[in-house]
Write a protein that binds this ligand. Sequence first.
Ligand code: AMP
Length: 216
Amino acid sequence: MNIILLGPPGAGKGTQAQRIVRKQGLIQLSTGDMLRAAVASGSDLGKEAKKVMDAGQLMPDALMIRMISERIDQPDCRGGFILDGFPRTIPQAEGLDRMLAEKGLRLDSVIEMKVDEEALVQRITGRYTCAKCGAGYHDSFQRPQSDGVCDHCGGSGITRRADDNEETVRTRLEAYRAQTEPILPYYGEKGILRSVDGMASIDEVADQIETALAAA
Ligand code: AMP
């Protein structure tokens, strides 16, 4: 099964993708994670990506389509994948359709995570991950049991995304509204779009997604 998780930054796409990975064995393909890896490697692509990401803007469509296409060709994607953060524009959605047709693959479901925009700023600016194992936390909503110590691995270092500050978040939300939201009717017309309530608890959202995927 090949699916897309669609929703604004902070909707919980990454969190839910990890759940689906654990439960259904699909591979999570996050273009944001790929770009952050490029930034960490210090490559030319990474240097370019850092500027664009820090400004809350979007990377060029052709580059993103190529990046995803090459990743989908890897053998671990044969059992199915979850696209998280891609496509983000109509040209990316069209490029994805062409690419999947060429590869003899199809898209089974697009899940929209609906969220209240004001809640997003609070969600995003407070989130962080364990530097050692990547487990996700939040200053207000999901603190570790013991302050400063990861529940999962006992690590004590944390990482916050450079673009998770209020100013950049507002620009990212603008980009979502202007460039990504128009994708919804594109998939609506294809009859594969399902919406879930992204404001519900993590478990509840996971249940809603499972139900939507079972019907796909
Ligand atoms: P994310 O982790 O999905 O929130 O992505 C972080 C940042 O990476 C975005 O704000 C964009 O600057 C860039 N990015 C990630 N995915 C895409 C994409 N599909 N198209 C363009 N830019 C992207």
